[in-house]
Design a protein around this ligand. Structure first.
Ligand code: NAI
Ligand code: 13P
Length: 311
């Protein structure tokens, strides 16, 4: 397992993981199996791998792919657990497509394309082995079955869908809607209001997915990666928590990230900004009023009460 090296309490994080079998910075309190070895050199970590599991905040993925490119074996296949999306001048870019293009893997030789895994999967609840579901999106059924074999167990139930873009759009956009849930919590509006915002958010997630990926399946939104992850993130996620604090403390996002997340990263803020800029360029802001309001509260000083008044 590649681990971004940093010094924690005067010791390298990889050394701590390999001796104490615990990631004391990012997942304190949970013992890791001893066969998990933390490797700080990404080239060494991926050498000879036949399956790569990508799970880092999405802002780091391009740089990491560039570093590992020389060591990727041609028969390697991958799965992304990343809940983010990137954008360029022509629109949204799926993380799986970025990984493929950055690694320059010839798909014909690879034979097994990238899958995507996303779901109602808050990390420390999984570490505590509490039951949850997740969704794997695949292009070819065989690839999906293979990935399911790797991840599925009684307490981590995998559902399969033939919809790689749908799984990833859900994972990225629920982070934006969770910011709105946090704003709602800051106003102490209660559960009915939050549920209304989540319902409206879900509709905009579907609308966005359909607008940019015509082959996305609406059923995907009823899987763990859709409605279930939206619920879990809007109640228990970091995006919700920081958005509530953004209103109650009036501190900027980067300060809240430092103070509340201890090195972990917010994905909803960058995604909200990217979504807004893309919709603006495509003259589509009016089709997504809720996500636009969330962006404007987060970045343009729009009064937080508008989260409800703009519905
Ligand atoms: N934490 C959670 O409950 C869940 C997270 N995810 C997704 O998994 C992905 C990763 O999230 P987390 O593991 O929570 O990360 P995180 O939010 O804890 O971010 C910190 C991670 O980034 C790494 N990092 C820091 N600086 C870096 C750099 N310059 N280059 C590369 N890596 C660096 C750190 O080593 C650490 O692993 C995200 O897309 C997230 O949405 C998905 C489900 C649940
Ligand atoms: O994706 C998550 C749960 O499935 C976690 O969401 P946050 O990044 O908001 O904590």
């Amino acid at each position: 397992m590649w681990v971004y090296e940093e010094v924690v309490n005067g010791q390298k994080l990889t050394e701590i993981i390999n001796t104490q079998h615990e990631n004391i910075k990012y997942l304190p309190g949970y013992k890791l199996p001893e066969n998990i070895v933390a490797v700080p050199d990404i080239v060494e970590a991926v050498k000879g791998a036949t399956v790569l599991v990508f799970v880092v905040p999405h802002q780091f993925i391009r740089n990491l792919c560039k570093q590992m490119k020389s060591a990727i074996s041609k028969r390697c296949r991958g799965i992304s657990l990343i809940k983010g999306i990137d954008f360029n001048e022509s629109g949204p870019l799926l993380i799986t497509d970025i990984i493929k293009s950055e690694l320059n893997i010839p798909i014909s030789e690879l034979n097994i394309p990238m899958c995507a895994l996303s779901g109602a999967n808050i990390a420390n609840e999984i570490a505590a082995e509490k039951f949850c579901e997740t969704t794997i999106g695949y292009e070819n059924q065989e690839d999906g079955e293979l990935m399911k074999e790797l991840f599925h167990d009684d307490m981590f139930r995998v559902g399969l869908v033939k919809d790689v873009p749908g799984v990833q759009v859900c994972g990225a956009l629920k982070n934006v809607i969770a910011l709105g849930a946090g704003f709602c919590d800051a106003l102490e509006m209660g559960n009915n209001t939050k549920s209304a915002l989540m319902r409206i958010g879900l509709i905009e997630m579907q609308r966005f997915a359909k607008k940019y990926y015509s082959n996305v399946k609406l059923e995907t939104f009823m899987e763990s990666c859709g409605v279930a992850d939206l619920i879990t993130t809007c109640y228990g996620g970091r995006n919700r928590k920081c958005a509530e604090a953004f209103i109650t403390t009036k501190k900027p996002w980067h300060v809240l990230e430092e103070e509340l997340l201890n090195g972990q990263k917010l994905q909803g803020t960058t995604t909200a900004k990217d979504v807004y800029l893309t919709l603006k360029k495509d003259n589509a802001l009016e089709e997504f009023p809720h996500m636009v309001t969330i962006y404007r509260i987060a970045f343009e000083g729009l009064p937080v009460e508008r989260i409800v008044l703009d519905i």
